[in-house]
Design a protein around this ligand. Structure first.
Ligand code: EPU
Length: 458
């Protein structure tokens, strides 16, 4: 199992291009099940989750080709299979995004229930409710969702839940509705930029979708969709993570392909604590522009609450907490999407952070400096927060189980090394503890020459 060894305290300096978004790419890939046309995605990083979904699509009769230049080409050639098996779905919760497309086109979809993840139960009731509204018959059998239909029929679907709208649920229902008969209206739809990216691509394939990015999406069903080529949007969470890394090391970093428009809440909080995110060209496209990130010497505290987009993203909460742990004063972080998403707290505390958690709220009392320690990565974003803490800490930090990071950040250690960090990937030789290990289905990550392991946390 790989681990990172970080010597902290180096200022980050330099220029980095933000990679394509994992959470956009996954539902875009699943859309290959909606057509026998050829789909070509560009700007897709060599990530474990992307590989895993490629393996699943392959089992579902889609020819998947990973190019050397961050492209994936997909074309369904055998539409007879409609079962997404547990051995793959268990490795990645986001496999659920094949459900809507497969049902709409093949009229039947059996997808193993994804189960919970490291930070909560992660239900899929809203996905199922939405598809049932479109006329799907849904049963739960032996741990599988078994969905079938004749042709789906358009309907008005309300997708709000106790913690807000559902992102992948919106992706599932919106994708399925493209082939339904008549008009579907999704109310309380997720407004995340990844939904807009998906709608843009589906429209290029021949779908008729309006309103993506707002809480009301209207889809007029069509008879069939074709192929297309699509460039995946930049990853807002990766962009935010590297911006925080620059801030925590008192660095000076330029980020190209920065999705400014998708990160307004995070930028607002960064500015509150004394981080400057300056657009290099004020007239540049806000969907992908170049920004320079610098910070004041002394960071200030803030109060933040995670919310559905355009609010502060839950996927940046852990990283922001690492930043607040070295701000001067007390900050308050409330997690409203996944109330148990605090696995990073105990590990950050091992590095000297002062965090007091009560329920879904944590009070962070900023310290002068963190100190290096051996810590353990537990899920994707929690792992990222430990890397950030390690970069800013005095001394050496050793982070085990970095396979979590490989799911969502392409070659993170190479990116950070290029910016001047001292971070090295090492191989552990001794035997693994068995209880929480999940077997790998990924032979190798392209380009990085690394083996990665998968666990369900996204
Ligand atoms: N929820 C329900 N019922 C459902 C679905 C969701 O109650 O049927 C609840 C969830 O428990 C949660 C809230 O609704 O409290 C939002 O969950 P959502 O369905 O939006 O999450 P998701 O679509 O499964 C995606 C990202 C996550 C990200 C969330 C929230 C992907 C592959 N995953 O998950 O990303 O945290 O949206 O923004 O797009 C990550 O990248 O680290 C990650 C976890």
């Amino acid at each position: 199992m790989d681990y990172f060894r970080i010597q902290g305290g180096r200022r980050l300096n330099g220029r980095v291009t933000v990679e394509g978004a994992k959470n956009a790419a996954l539902p875009l890939m699943a859309a290959s099940l909606l057509t026998t046309g050829r789909l070509r995605l560009t700007n897709v990083g060599p990530l474990a989750d992307i590989r895993n979904l490629g393996t699943l699509l392959d089992r579902l009769g889609v020819n998947v080709h990973f190019g050397d230049d961050d492209t994936i080409t997909m074309q369904a050639s055998d539409e007879s299979c409609s079962e997404a098996p547990y051995d793959i779905v268990k490795t990645m919760r986001a496999s659920i995004c094949v459900l809507g497309p497969m049902l709409a086109r093949r009229k039947r979809a059996v997808v193993s229930m994804p189960g919970g993840c490291a930070f909560g139960t992660r239900p899929i009731d809203l996905h199922l409710k939405g598809l049932a509204k479109l006329g799907a018959r849904i049963e739960l059998e032996g741990g599988n969702v078994v969905a079938s239909c004749d042709r789906l029929r358009g309907a008005t679907v309300f997708l709000g839940g106790a913690n807000g709208p559902t992102v992948l649920g919106t992706a599932n229902v919106m994708s399925a509705a493209t082939l339904a008969e008549g008009r579907t209206v999704i109310e309380s739809a997720a407004c995340e930029p990844e939904i807009v990216d998906l709608a843009n691509m589906l429209n290029r394939m021949g779908a008729r979708i309006r309103g993506a990015g707002s809480p009301r999406i209207v889809i007029d069903g069509v008879e069939a969709l074709g192929g297309c080529e699509h460039r995946v949007m930049p990853d807002r969470i990766v962009a935010g993570t590297y911006a925080i890394a620059a801030a925590m090391t008192n660095g000076d970093v330029i980020l190209d392909d920065f999705p400014y428009d998708s990160l307004l809440a995070a930028i607002n909080h960064l500015e509150e604590v004394g981080v400057h995110v300056q657009k290099l060209d004020p007239n540049a496209d806000d969907l992908r522009c170049s920004v320079r990130v610098t910070s004041d010497r002394v960071l200030r505290p803030t109060i933040l609450t995670t919310q559905p987009h355009p609010g502060f993203p839950t996927d940046l909460q852990a990283q922001f907490m690492a930043l607040l742990s070295i701000a001067e004063g007390n900050s308050i972080v409330t997690e409203k999407i996944y109330t148990e998403r605090f696995l990073h707290v105990a590990e950050l505390s091992r590095m000297g952070a002062q965090v007091y958690r009560q329920g879904s709220t944590a009070v962070i009392s900023g310290v002068r400096a963190l100190h290096g320690a051996p810590v353990m990565a537990s899920d994707l974003r929690a792992s990222a927060s430990l890397v950030l803490a390690g970069l800013a800490a005095h001394g050496e930090t050793v982070i085990s189980r970095v396979y979590h990071l490989d799911r969502g950040y392409s070659n993170m250690e190479r990116v950070l090394t290029a910016l001047g960090a001292s971070i090295e990937r090492c191989k552990e030789t001794k035997a693994e503890p068995a209880e929480d290990s999940v077997p790998s289905i990924i032979p190798a990550i392209r380009g990085a020459g690394l083996t990665a392991r998968a666990a369900r946390d996204t």
